[in-house]
Design a protein. Structure first.
Length: 277
C-alpha cells in the first residue's frame, strides 16, 4: 500500500519531533512534517468559534493538512507527533491490501469511550492477537474519537472537506468529535484496524495541558489494544489510584468491579457455554 504520509508537529515541540522521527528510521514510508497551528497564531488571526484556542489550533492543523493532500494520486496517512508505530506495523501497512469495502477513512487506532464496548473488544483483542491476526472493523455503531493516526481514501478527500465545512463553519466542535458524528450518521464511512496498528507514546501522558485523568485512562486502553506489544505496565495502572481513589468507590461499585473481573476471566466463555447447553 503506497501512501502520501504526513505528521503534524508544533514548531516548538522539538522533543516530540525527534521521538517521532526516530521511529521512522528504516521504515518503508517517507513522512512530510506539517507545522501545526499554535494558539498564538489563532489569537493573531482572530479565529472565531466556541472552541478554546488549542481546540481551534488542532482543528485547523488537521483540516488544512487534509485539504492540502490532493497533490498526488495516493491515499493519505496523517498522524500526530505523539503516535507510536513499530517497524512491524509499518511493514503490515506497506503490504496491506484493503478489502473491497466502501471506505472514506481508516484509523490505525482510536479512543473507545463506551465501557461495555471496551469489554467486548478486550475479548476480541485477545482472540485476534493469539491468532496473530488484524481485522478491519466498522466504527459506525461505536462510540469513539481521536485523530491521532488515520488514512483517508484519496477519492474521499474532497467529500470529507465539504462535510467539515458544512457542519462546522464556526469552529464550535472538536474535529475528532465531528468526524465521529459524521461516521455515526453514515455520511463518512469510517473503519479502524483492530487490534490497533498504532498507539500513543509517553508524550501523550506527560503533556500536562492535554492529558486529563479521563484521557490517561483512555490512553491505557489504546495501549492495551496495540497489536505488537503490551504497552501497559503496573506502574501506569497504579497511577489510576491517584485519579480515581478506591476509597471513593461505594460497595455496589466494588461488587460491579468484581463482576467485571469475572467477565474478563479466560474461562468465562467456556463456563457460560456449559451453562447454556
Amino acid at each position: 500500500m503506497d501512501l502520501n504520509c504526513k505528521y503534524i508537529n508544533l514548531k516548538s515541540a522539538n522533543d516530540r519531533r525527534k521521538k517521532f522521527e526516530q521511529q521512522l528510521i528504516g521504515n518503508p514510508f517517507v513522512f512530510e512534517r506539517i507545522e501545526a497551528f499554535d494558539t498564538n497564531e489563532i489569537k493573531m488571526l482572530g479565529i472565531k468559534g466556541k472552541l478554546h484556542d488549542r481546540g481551534k489550533a488542532i482543528f485547523l492543523s488537521h483540516s488544512e493538512t487534509i485539504k492540502n493532500s490532493c497533490e498526488n494520486n495516493l491515499d493519505v496517512w496523517i498522524t500526530e507527533d505523539d503516535t507510536l508505530i513499530s517497524k512491524k506495523c509499518f511493514q503490515i501497512i506497506k503490504n496491506l491490501t484493503i478489502p473491497k469495502i466502501n471506505w472514506d477513512i481508516l484509523f490505525t487506532d482510536v479512543c473507545f469511550g463506551d465501557p461495555s464496548e471496551i469489554l467486548k473488544l478486550y475479548h476480541l483483542n485477545k482472540v485476534l492477537k493469539k491468532k496473530d491476526k488484524i481485522n478491519i472493523i466498522s466504527l459506525k455503531d461505536r462510540f469513539f474519537s481521536s485523530l491521532n493516526s488515520y488514512i483517508i481514501n484519496r477519492a474521499s478527500i474532497n467529500k470529507i472537506m465539504k462535510l467539515i465545512r458544512q457542519n462546522n463553519v464556526s469552529l464550535n466542535e472538536n474535529l475528532d468529535i465531528l468526524i465521529a458524528r459524521l461516521v455515526k450518521s453514515g455520511k463518512i464511512k469510517g473503519f479502524t484496524f483492530f487490534p490497533f496498528l498504532s498507539s500513543v507514546n509517553d508524550c501523550a501522558d506527560n503533556d500536562g495541558t492535554h492529558c486529563s485523568s479521563i484521557q490517561y485512562l483512555v490512553n491505557l486502553v489504546r495501549k492495551l489494544f496495540y497489536f505488537e506489544d503490551n504497552l501497559v505496565n503496573s506502574k501506569q495502572v497504579n497511577i489510576l489510584e491517584t485519579y480515581f481513589p478506591s476509597k471513593d468507590i461505594d460497595q455496589n461499585s466494588e461488587y460491579m468491579f468484581k463482576i467485571q473481573k469475572a467477565f474478563l476471566h479466560p474461562n468465562m466463555f467456556s463456563r457460560l457455554h456449559n451453562y447454556n447447553s
